[in-house]
Design a protein around this ligand. Structure first.
Ligand code: NAD
Ligand code: LMR
Length: 334
C-alpha cells in the first residue's frame, strides 16, 4: 500500500502530463533524443515516427521503467497522423545530414520538402503543439514550417522554435576550454541563426569579455563552425547526433517546463521574432522566456560589443536570404 500522501502527490503531478512526438525518431539524432525524452518525467506519452524502424526503436525504449507509454509508427496505417494526434510537443530531426564539403544550405533541396510535409501533418493532427525544428538548414526550415501553418490557418508564432541549443552547448564547452573553467558554470547567449556567420555568441556578456583578440577570434570561429568539426571527424557518416540529442532534450525539457507553468525558464532559440522585423529579418534567435503558451517574452540583445554588432549585421544579411528561400519554397511548392 502507498501512504495516502504519495498517492495524492502522484495524481497532482499528472496535471503536467505531456505527449511528445519525435519525427525522424530512428535517425542518428532521433534515437538518443527519444531515449532522453523517455527519461523526462514530464513526458507521459512518447510517440516515435520514422520512415523505417520507428516501431523497433519504440519497443526498445519502452522497456525503460519510467512513467510513460511509448508507441512506434511508420508511414503505413496512417502512422504519421497517429503519432502526431494531440501532441503537446513535436520534435523534428527528420532529414539528411551533411557530408564533408557541404554547407547546411546544400541540404535545402532534400530537407525542405520533408519538413514541409511533416509540418502539414502537424497542422492537421497537432495544431496546438509546440514544434521544435532540428532539421537543417534551420534558418530556412523554420520559415517553411511557419508558412505551411499560415496556409493551414493554425500558425501560432509562440509555438514554433528553431533548435539552436547546440550552439549554446558548444559555446559553454569551448569557452571553458579556452579560459580553463568548469563548463557547467559558463552560460553564453547565442543569437542570430544556426549556420556559420549567422551564429553570434555574445561573449561580451560573460565573465570573460577581455579575451585577447587572437583567442577571441579563434573561439568565435570555433563556435560558428563547430558543426564542421563533427562533420569532418565523422568523415561522410553524418553530423553531430549525440551532442545534438542532448541539446534537443534540453530545449524540449525547457519548453515542457514552460508549458507546466514553471517560471524563469529561458533559452536562446530561433523564432518569429519582433527584434529586427522592421529591417526585414522575420526570424531571429535570441534569449526567450518560455511559459504555458510557449514564447512568453523575447529578450532584447542587451549591451553588446562593437565586434558583436558587426557580426549581427552580417548575420542579418544572410538570414534575410535564408528566410526568403524557405518562404519562397512553400509559395512555389505548396
Ligand atoms: P539521419 O540520417 O541519421 O536521420 C534522419 C532520419 O530521418 C532517418 O532515420 C530517416 O529515415 C528519417 N526521415 C527522413 N525523411 C523522413 C520523413 N519524411 N519522415 C520521417 N522521418 C524521415 O540524420 P541525423 O544525423 O539524425 O540528422 C537529421 C537532421 O538534423 C539533419 O538535417 C541534420 O543536418 C540536422 N541537425 C541539426 C542540428 C541542429 O543544431 N539544429 C544538429 C545536428 C543535425
Ligand atoms: C551542427 O551544428 O552540428 C548541425 O547543424 C549539423 C551540421 O550540419 O553541422
Amino acid at each position: 500500500m502507498f501512504p495516502k500522501s504519495s498517492v495524492r502527490q502522484f495524481s497532482s503531478s499528472a496535471a503536467s502530463a505531456y505527449k511528445v512526438t519525435v519525427l525522424g525518431a530512428a535517425g542518428g539524432i532521433g534515437q538518443p533524443l527519444s531515449l532522453l525524452m523517455k527519461l523526462n518525467h514530464k513526458v507521459t506519452n512518447l510517440a516515435l515516427y520514422d520512415l523505417r524502424l520507428g516501431k523497433g526503436v519504440a519497443t526498445d525504449i519502452s522497456h525503460i521503467p519510467t512513467n510513460s507509454t511509448v508507441e512506434g509508427y511508420g508511414p503505413e496505417d496512417d502512422g504519421l497522423a497517429k503519432a502526431l494526434k494531440d501532441a503537446d510537443v513535436v520534435l523534428i530531426p527528420a532529414g539528411v545530414p551533411r557530408k564533408p564539403g557541404m554547407t547546411r544550405d546544400d541540404l535545402f533541396n532534400t530537407n525542405a520538402s520533408i519538413v514541409r510535409d511533416l509540418a502539414k501533418a502537424a497542422a492537421v493532427n497537432a495544431p496546438k503543439a509546440a514544434l521544435l525544428i532540428i532539421s537543417n538548414p534551420v534558418n530556412s526550415t523554420v520559415p517553411i514550417v511557419s508558412e505551411v501553418l499560415k496556409e493551414k490557418g493554425v500558425y501560432n508564432p509562440k509555438k514554433l522554435f528553431g533548435v539552436t541549443t547546440l550552439d549554446v552547448l558548444r559555446s559553454s564547452r569551448f569557452l571553458s576550454q579556452v579560459v580553463g573553467t568548469d563548463p557547467t558554470t559558463e552560460t553564453v547567449t547565442v543569437v542570430g541563426g544556426h549556420s556559420g556567420v549567422t551564429i553570434v555568441p555574445l561573449l561580451s556578456q560573460t565573465k570573460h569579455k577581455d579575451l585577447p583578440k587572437e583567442k577571441y577570434d579563434a573561439l568565435v570561429h570555433r563556435i560558428q563552425f563547430g558543426g564542421d568539426e563533427v562533420v569532418q571527424a565523422k568523415n561522410g557518416a553524418g553530423s553531430a547526433t549525440l551532442s545534438m540529442a542532448q541539446a534537443g532534450a534540453r530545449m524540449a525539457g525547457s519548453v515542457l517546463k514552460g508549458l507546466a507553468g514553471e517560471t524563469d525558464i529561458t533559452e536562446p532559440t530561433y523564432i518569429d521574432s519582433p527584434l529586427f522585423k522592421s529591417e526585414g529579418v522575420d526570424f531571429f534567435s535570441s534569449r526567450v522566456t518560455l511559459g504555458p503558451e510557449g514564447v512568453k517574452e523575447v529578450h532584447p540583445l542587451g549591451t553588446i560589443s562593437t565586434a558583436e554588432e558587426e557580426m549581427i549585421k552580417v548575420a542579418k544579411e544572410t538570414l534575410i536570404k535564408n528566410i526568403k528561400k524557405g518562404v519562397d519554397f512553400v509559395k512555389a511548392n505548396p
